[in-house]
Design a protein around this ligand. Structure first.
Ligand SMILES: Nc1nc2c(ncn2[C@@H]2O[C@H](COP(=O)(O)OP(=O)(O)O)[C@@H](O)[C@H]2O)c(=O)[nH]1
Ligand SMILES: [Mg+2]
Length: 458
């Protein structure tokens, strides 16, 4: 039986309400040492799943600490599946800490980050992919991210993975029957049927793996790198997109040394936009490191905005920028269109293959709407419905890739008429990888890693 944990579940700060949350077998008895209804505090008078008005007293001094509302969630109908209590107190930092302190003095232990959700998982209230969705929901910063996490929390991914698992289980049961009755073996028809089943499963797994990029972009936002030679207006463009003066802008080339990453919300998604030193030939020593970081930002980005300055002649540094971005997903941005133009578009088209050029003035903040539309269309697959089941975590992608490779081996064994034992071994491995997504077969170390990323009180 697990001990009773307590934590403040609302963010630290002053607000309307603070919630102090308990979970574990002694939740109610700990709370009742502190709580008193206007008509006395006997347990029988408190019904579960109802809000009760009362006061919190310090049992030692008998002094009232706050007027609160207490809700008792009786096992198994609680977030964690255990007996749980939530005390809604006035939202002051000191008062909520006082109530938590009293709970800790009277039998509760301070919860670890994510421990409430970990208990919900351990008690079978939710599977691991749903627990991860809780963390995603809390950190969602766009409609797309929110939608993605809600779907996962509601079990859309779990259902899909369970269906795949059951499909493999069916084939495994036939294979094991053949192992148990070797004289019969897997007859031709059953082998053929197993091959069809497994090929379909492999197809579905591969489709699911294919949803990862869009899923990741929904959850984390796409990463968009800014590049161009120094002084073309990259930092000015970042500031224009953020609508604030975040990056330092000066007329001196080489002002930006380090990379700078900021979140910008566009439509129903957000992007992580990375400003950097940019690229140029013959940099001095500090700039060399900045350029190395620019290259790595371009390599990892979902999209690179390649910026050119319309007000100065194109030069060898622009050539370098074109060379280094030519096989990457890019959008070409022509900046400083408020100034007289110094080169014709044909000059640029000789250097870079593109039909879409976006003309802006970062200084005057013009042309940004069409830039934003273009960025959105490049990073979001508008044809893909956000309602479809998709994966958004690398952990899920890896498990599916491993499941798929074991399935491949199973198919080879079946097709080569190898013994049923070989089929069963690889099929089992494939099933374990699928089960890991739901947290059925997973090591404690990995669970620690997942739940440690939660906040305390969740
Ligand atoms: N006229 C004009 N000047 C700009 C524009 N964008 C940037 N600048 C100026 O160009 C210089 C370099 O800008 P900055 O953003 O630091 O360029 P970066 O080196 O590419 O980051 C600064 O003096 C900016 O004020 C623009 O659209 N129009
Ligand atoms: Mg800059």
């Amino acid at each position: 039986m697990s001990d009773t944990i307590a934590a403040i579940a609302t963010p630290t700060g002053e607000g309307g309400i603070s919630i102090i949350r308990f979970s574990g077998v002694d939740s109610l008895s700990v709370a009742l040492k502190l709580f008193c209804t206007p008509s006395g505090n006997s347990v029988e008078k408190l019904s579960p799943h109802k809000a009760h008005f009362g006061s919190i007293y310090d049992p030692t001094t008998r002094k009232c600490v706050d007027e609160v509302v207490l809700t008792w969630f009786k096992t198994p109908k609680s977030y964690t599946g255990e007996d749980a209590v939530e005390i809604s107190a006035h939202g002051g930092i000191f008062v909520s800490s006082r109530i938590l302190g009293l709970a800790l003095d009277h039998g509760a232990r301070l919860a670890e980050p994510g421990e409430f959700t970990r208990r919900a998982f351990m008690n079978g209230r939710i599977d691991l992919s749903q627990a991860e969705a809780v963390a995603d929901l809390i950190s969602a910063s766009s409609d797309r991210a929110l939608q993605a996490s809600v779907m996962q929390l509601k079990g859309r991914l779990s259902k899909k993975i369970t269906a795949l698992y059951d499909r493999l289980l069916f084939v495994l049961s036939q294979t094991e029957a053949a192992i148990d009755f070797p004289e019969e073996g897997l007859d031709f028809q059953k082998r053929e049927q197993s091959i069809i089943e497994l090929k379909q499963a492999r197809e579905e797994i591969s489709d699911l793996i294919g949803t990862y990029k869009q899923g990741r972009i929904s959850r984390e936002g796409a990463s968009v790198a800014l590049t161009g030679k120094p002084n073309v207006g990259k930092s000015s463009l970042l500031n224009a997109l953020l609508q604030e003066d975040r990056a330092i802008v000066t007329p001196h080339p080489g002002t930006t040394r380090d990379t700078l990453e900021e979140k910008v919300r566009i439509k129903d998604t957000h992007i992580n936009i990375i400003d950097s030193a940019g690229l140029r030939n013959h940099p001095e020593i500090i700039e060399q490191e900045g350029i190395r970081r620019t290259r790595s930002a371009i390599a990892n980005a979902d999209l690179t905005l390649v910026v050119f300055d319309r007000s100065l002649p194109l030069d060898e540094n622009d050539d370098l920028v074109c060379q280094e971005t030519h096989n990457k997903p890019t959008l070409i941005v022509i900046n400083k269109c408020d100034l007289p133009e110094q080169w014709s578009i044909e000059n640029l088209k000789e250097k870079i293959k593109t039909d879409t050029l976006i003309f802006i003035s970062a200084k005057e903040r013009s042309g940004l709407d069409s830039l934003i539309d273009s960025i959105y269309n490049c990073v979001i697959n508008v044809d893909k419905n956000n309602d479809d089941v998709f994966i958004s975590r690398e952990r899920h992608r890896l498990s599916l890739v491993q499941a798929s490779s074991s399935l491949e081996k199973t198919l080879v064994s079946l097709e080569k008429q190898l013994s049923e034992e070989f089929v069963a071994i690889d099929l089992n491995i494939a099933m374990n990888h699928l089960a890991a997504i739901l947290g059925k077969t997973i090591e404690d170390e990995l669970l620690d890693k997942i739940f440690n990323s939660f906040c305390i009180g969740k």
